[in-house]
Design a protein around this ligand. Sequence first.
Ligand code: AHG
Ligand code: MN
Ligand code: MN
Ligand code: MN
Length: 336
Amino acid sequence: MEKRISLTQYLVEQQRKHGHIPGQLRLLLEVVARACKRIAISVNKGALGEVLGSAGSENVQGEVQKKLDIIANEVLIEANEWGGALAAMASEEMDSIHVVPNRYPQGEYLLLFDPLDGSSNIDVNVSIGTIFSVLRKLGDHESVTERDFMQPGTRQAAAGYCVYGPQTTLVLTVGDGVAMFTLDREQGSWVLTAENVRIPEDTKEFAINMSNKRHWDAPVTRYIDECLAGTEGPRGKDFNMRWIASMVADVHRILSRGGVFLYPWDKREPDKPGKLRLMYEANPMAFLVEQAGGAATNGRERILDLQPSKLHERVSVVLGSKNEVERVTAYHHEAR
Ligand code: AHG
Ligand code: MN
Ligand code: MN
Ligand code: MN
């Protein structure tokens, strides 16, 4: 078997070969990866570690916070604030940004994260994850504000996620393709197990929460009905369905074998464009999916081109196998 390389060696090679990542970014990614290892330890303790169940508080999204939402958030804050690579952080679980305290040097990056994705799966032992996105701090002004985070996804310097499943796997892009690292628990190290990941342009597998069908807009209903019509229908092929309800796990499946994931607008909350958050769910996942040859839109526009106006902004998400995403997007444009 060929020699497997570590995350550190992969990042050093990215730094040396492609000039893709300055030293500060390499340090930042190593710190985030180490934080994910610590979160994995808490996740894997389950009922033995007082980490299950609700924390009895509510986050800015109006969701009841799970204990692990808060534990993961604290691990990421504590791990990242002293390193000198960051100016500030933003999280699904925090109302506003967390500026690096004055006692630490301020770096040139901004880190955004969904510390624990798939919270409804925590207490039932189904795969969950952590999603992160790295932006550069623009301008040289000292006091970082929320406005510094209002950058489209095309400006991301890096993005990734860690899926806490049967394996603990870190998936990362710095703009030079997608690499996957599996945690070797005996050594506590991240080992490169896949690189230049490619999503097949076609698929027979869709992921959507079917229980919301009566609330969807016409283009989504049209697309899913055609998938359900199978070989007798206009698609001329049978489709399979998967819905794990952890975006990280659904996206990991799509990066691993193709598929299309949809969390569309629905009329339950007509004033919100969708359930998922642009800055720390849709943007990092869209960057990864595009780097693997897939596509990601909000049904009409490319997600990475969207100009955010609020930190916790919501968005509709259609991502995965390019030809399927383009079909769903075309149906939205036809319906205009
Ligand atoms: P989070 O747990 O970080 O709030 O995210 C949950 C999201 C996403 O992971 C998943 O795809 C979606 O919510 C599932 O939504 P439903 O439970 O409505 O299916
Ligand atoms: Mn949540
Ligand atoms: Mn999430
Ligand atoms: Mn979350």
